[in-house]
Design a protein around this ligand. Sequence first.
Ligand SMILES: Cc1cc2nc3c(=O)[nH]c(=O)nc-3n(C[C@H](O)[C@H](O)[C@H](O)COP(=O)(O)O)c2cc1C
Length: 175
Amino acid sequence: MTELILARGADGAIDTPALREAFGRFPSGVTAMCALGDGGEPIGIAASSFVAVSLDPPLVGVCVQHTSTTWPLLRDRPRIGLSVLGDSQDAACRQLASKTGDRFAGLAWHTTGGGALLLRGATAWLDCSVEETVPAGDHVLVLFRVHRHRVHADNAPLVFHASGFHVLSGLDRAS
Ligand SMILES: Cc1cc2nc3c(=O)[nH]c(=O)nc-3n(C[C@H](O)[C@H](O)[C@H](O)COP(=O)(O)O)c2cc1C
């Protein structure tokens, strides 16, 4: 039998790179979680931990690191936009995650009445408010209520997998 790696070793330490690699085998999309600040400035981060949670009521979730310096600026916004990134937005995604520079430079975006910021080129838009936050280890699980949404079916989704960006290859054997 193939040995499994202990998530927490005998010394109590977690092998973070190994665990991150295991988690990273789960492919996901990437969202841009953005809103306008008090001064009208765009605020946001890239987040791949998006999960659709409930249809009725309409809820989605995102896990945010405790170390995020942007989440404290976002969490009190009345509305937050979740843009599910399209397959031409890999560079935009890196930019939205970068620690330096203008995260919104060169990006086309608009806002809703409540200040949710949505990116052009996305494959779907969700206009959300924070419903609940749940502490979860070194992250906080943010539950969002979805108020409005729109699909852009012409834009295929960007796929994040094993620390890299991918596009769907059209495999439909599973159906
Ligand atoms: C592909 C990708 C996915 C990411 N997913 C998440 C995520 O799900 N949760 C999170 O807190 N940060 C995520 N990040 C990191 C944030 O985008 C951002 O870099 C981080 O919050 C640090 O910036 P801040 O201090 O301005 O918040 C991701 C970054 C990349 C490039």
